[in-house]
Design a protein around this ligand. Structure first.
Ligand code: PLP
Length: 414
């Protein structure tokens, strides 16, 4: 797989270059989700189906763009001397996690214990759960995973939680691998860097049921900072106390084999933080309108390091009013996140998905229109919550459906 970067020109061509509207002119065929499932063997399509024949709304992932994103990430992080541990909270899809592992990632992250269960059950055996489990119920579930999958890693951010983990591990007859979650300053999760984090790491190291593997520090507040230099300055500053904590842990003889963090916005910056080992990138596989807007190192306007691979197909339902049409992809298909979805291959129009069942497409030139039944393709606003709305995604190449992938962890938010 060669590296493929997207120039600003190519991105604009893909998203707003004024190309002809994309639709199926005379539809004779149509395939529901159930039809598609019936035509797949172990997820692979056994029939020749164009994505434009899919019933809508439908979630699609373009395999050429996905492959390019996997390759760009791996080449970049490997060239910078670190690793990737992609976050499965973005795709919730074991088939994609498998591709990430095959492309060279050292493991997968999950946000929730239920997501971890799905990934582990589907053969992804190196899972780091980035959120601490705090209730006895969740801790017990997590320890059950440790019993079957020794590669499962827990996060902790308080001494009390570390003791609870150790007690539960001993009760389950396992030794649980643990990283200390360090706060980059956002106060969302994590313990204060410096002495509090060091003392927690020492506690974890000494508790009988636990094995210390290092730390994580996810700087979510820097991922969408506009402008590469601004993003770089902010995240390096915010990670400096965590880097110092990592040094303190090393000097104290503690294990720092993991210092994980970062995301799609800082994947090419995080290696500059001393001791940092791997990026927890999530959105890079799909991209979305939120990330496209942040600007990259080579392009100040568009973050073009990764290609938008995830789209929603939608059908025009009503075109009888001037200056607008109504589609079938509203909030339940697109979410109400903003910026709003981008109509791929079109310009001079804007899309809104604020209404539950309907999308609204408005034209700058009121004499423009689409016809009822026309299909349009939307670049998603924010990939993670969109994926969580669908049971499956259609993996396509050159508009042909190659596979139907189950979003097996869809709805696994506990
Ligand atoms: C703990 C953690 N790590 C990594 C990520 C991935 O971030 P991104 O999608 O920006 O790459 C997230 C996303 O919210 C996260 O919460």
């Amino acid at each position: 797989m060669g590296k493929r970067t997207v120039s600003r020109r190519r991105f604009l061509q893909a998203t707003g270059g004024g190309a002809a509207a994309l639709w199926v002119p005379r539809r004779v065929k149509g395939y529901s989700a159930a039809d598609m499932e019936a035509m797949t063997g172990e997820g692979r399509m056994e029939a020749d189906v164009s994505k434009w024949e899919l019933d809508t709304p439908a979630l699609c992932v373009d395999l050429d763009a996905l492959d390019a994103n996997l390759a760009t990430l791996q080449e970049t992080v490997a060239g910078n001397g670190i690793a990737s541990r992609p976050h499965a909270k973005t795709h919730k899809c074991p088939a994609i996690a498998r591709l990430q592992m095959e492309s060279g990632s050292v493991g997968i992250c999950t946000a929730k214990v239920s997501e971890a269960e799905v990934m582990l059950e589907h053969g992804i055996e190196r899972v780091l759960m980035t959120t601490a489990n705090v209730t006895p119920f969740k801790i017990e579930r997590a320890m059950a995973l440790t019993r079957w999958y020794p590669g499962f890693v827990h996060a902790t951010d308080t001494p009390r939680n570390a003791r609870d983990l150790s007690d539960a591990a001993q009760a389950a007859g396992v030794t649980a691998s643990v990283v200390v979650d360090v706060d980059p300053g956002g106060h969302r999760t994590g313990i204060t860097p410096g002495r509090p984090a060091l003392e927690l790491a020492q506690l974890v190291d000494g508790l009988p049921g636990l094995r210390l593997l290092g730390m994580l520090c996810y700087d979510g507040g820097s991922q969408h900072v506009h402008g590469f230099q601004e993003r770089r300055a902010q995240t390096l500053g915010r990670l400096a106390p965590a880097a110092e904590t990592c040094q303190m842990m090393r000097r104290a003889g503690l294990n720092t084999e993991i210092f994980s963090g970062g995301g799609t916005g800082t994947y090419n910056i995080d290696h500059e933080t001393p001791g940092f080992t791997d990026v927890q990138v999530g959105s890079y596989v799909f991209m979305d309108a939120q990330y496209l807007a942040i600007g990259g190192a080579t392009d100040g306007d568009v973050y073009s390091d990764f290609e938008p691979s995830l789209t929603i197909l939608t059908t025009v339902l009503n075109s009888q009013y001037e200056g607008r049409v109504t589609t079938d992809a509203g909030a339940k298909a697109c979410t109400i996140n903003q910026p709003w979805p981008i109509v791929k291959g079109e310009s001079g129009m804007s899309y809104r998905s604020g209404s539950d069942e309907f999308g609204t497409l408005r034209y700058e030139n009121p004499s423009r229109t689409h016809q009822v039944g026309d299909k349009l393709e939307l670049i998603v606003s924010h990939c993670d919550p969109v994926v969580n709305l669908y049971d499956q995604m259609y993996a396509t190449r050159d508009d042909r459906v190659e596979a139907v992938w189950r979003i097996a962890a869809r709805g696994r938010s506990a």
